[in-house]
Design a protein around this ligand. Sequence first.
Ligand code: MSP
Length: 474
Amino acid sequence: MTRFYVTTPIYYVNDVPHIGHSYTTIIADIIARWNRLKGRNVFFLTGTDENSVKTVRAAKENGYQDIKKYADEMVEKWKNVWKILNISNTDFIRTTEKRHADTVKDFFNKVYKNGDIYKGTYEGLYCEGCENFLTKSELIGDLCLYHKTKPKSISEENYFFRLSKYQQRLEQFFKENPDFIQPKSRMNEVVSFLKTGLKDVSISRPNLEWGIELPIDKNQRIWVWFDALINYISGGNWPADLHILGKDIIRFHCIIWPAMLMSVGEKLPKKIYVHGFFTANGQKISKSLGNAIDPVALAEKYSVDALRYFFIREIPMGEDGDFSEKALIERINGELVSDLGNLVNRVVTIGEKFAGKIEGKDELSSKLNLDKIEELMEGFQFHLAIKEIFNFIRECNRYINQKEPWRLKDKELGHVLYNLAEALRVIAVLLHPFMPETSEKIRQQLGLKELGHIKFGKFKGKIKKGELLFRKVK
Ligand code: MSP
């Protein structure tokens, strides 16, 4: 079996997941489920990035003396949200785990032995939101682009990684692997950044009370990004086939991480997919603005699958988008209730009462462009793939209107029902990555033991009507 290893970023634990984090994790989950469908042995890793000053600050703000205890409690919250959103990760890595700290120390020692680490002084800016050393040119006014806060001016002794040494090798690598970063526009962004010239980066910080100690200097701790990126090795089955991440952390993943791997002689990940950011009702999502929408509340109100569907259908993959409850409700009432829910309901209502044989000649499968859907899925064009699936759903509804099965009986009805039931089965297979619960409900109503393959074949189920899939939101 081909293996497929996909990752999400590991998230900071100073807060609970909002819809932005959920978006990334759902994209990764769709990829994991799609690859399982394709018969690959999927390893899907997510986790938490805990060795950050943010963790210490949040713990203290919340009255915790024991930072680890705070992190433990927050991790439970993250895990619980992923469970509610039906995330099918196969492992969960925490950077406070021993397996991770051991891998990081080992990795650091290798980089050090290769002569890629030296001691120096860093004088400049540091944004604690980004956990990153910034230059003035990266600011807007005097504020961090992402956090809209003023970075700290710091002057400290720390250890540097010779990132500049990898300039040419990275250039060469990108030239030889033009598909390494997807979408293409992100690849171009990275290549132009590279052209501005790489500087060495600090990879340790002095006088921190929390984090992984530097193996060669007890007064320093490893910079949280150097530590965090290594999670993909400590938690996984390296090399990864795919890293999924948002556009805010592209340089860490597309420049520093590959250079770190080159330094220790490890393989590079096979691909990196970068998605856009979204706003909530037109505003940047942030804790301080208090508009960090809770994905669990939305899932409870509208169902997990409605939320998963909305994320993918509403925001073209790779682009920025906006989240609003109004737009979510429109999609539920329009596509989920009127197209999909209606189709399932019509088919199972007629099918349940039919006592004859559900068999006949296929006359619907040609309306479904499976090759196109496969191509769109493999090329991360999920919004188009799901649109294609819904076009087929509408075709099926049209087929019912044309055939008027309520007027038919016996063999003729068996034939029309065969087409509709097989179409629904295939739709359920295709929807599984996006809406696993809905797919399962369709399987049950079709009375199938398992959903089976993606192509039209014989229908082997016994239709039994169940609850409506989606209800209209008033
Ligand atoms: N801990 C680092 C990642 C280390 S990976 C080795 C980190 N964590 S984070 O908690 O801040 O999560 C950042 C990721 O969450 C982004 O890259 C993106 O995938 C996702 N998002 C956070 N806000 C988002 C939006 N508003 N919109 C879409 N995705 C967003 O950075």
